[in-house]
Design a protein. Structure first.
Length: 153
């Protein structure tokens, strides 16, 4: 869901690590509530209704330290790009993204092409990056149909 096989360019990965480090410092300095307000204000989440963002759950579950750790250890800048390994996947692969998630729709299309015949790409209409929160019933329907082998491409 709204995924990527990584950032290929070493310089772009380094720049992402630097941005994530700044975000981690911001979380540590400003706390979880302000961090989440800023995070959800990103264009990436412009289609996510505020009442579906699960802020109450996130405020209880996260600490500034946990957010900082996630940004530093699990961010895209830290991850090895896996684009060259996608063609070797032999199992069925479902790749799902939201129609309004401009950048990730392009990435999803590229990932599906790299996986080849084993991939099924589902672009969910009227959904953005957080499609599992924006359109949970439709995401569940597509996932169940894919698992049952009834998905439409």
């Amino acid at each position: 869901l709204s995924g990527t096989a990584g950032i290929e360019s070493p310089s772009e990965r380094r720049a992402r690590r630097e941005r994530d480090e700044q975000l981690a410092r911001d979380a540590e300095r400003d706390g979880v509530a302000l961090f989440l307000e800023r995070w959800l204000a990103q264009r990436l989440f412009e289609t996510l209704p505020r009442n579906k963002a699960q802020l109450d759950i996130r405020l209880r579950a996260y600490t500034a330290g946990r957010l900082a750790h996630q940004l530093r250890a699990l961010g895209q800048g830290e991850q090895e790009p896996l684009w060259d390994r996608l063609p070797s996947l032999e199992m069925p692969v479902l790749i799902m993204c939201g129609q309004w998630d401009r950048g990730y729709t392009d990435v999803a299309t590229r990932m599906a092409a790299a996986v080849g015949d084993n991939a099924q790409l589902v672009v969910l209409p009227k959904a953005g990056h957080a499609l599992h929160l924006e359109r949970p019933d439709e995401v569940a329907h597509e996932l169940i149909a894919w698992l049952d082998g009834d998905a439409t491409a």
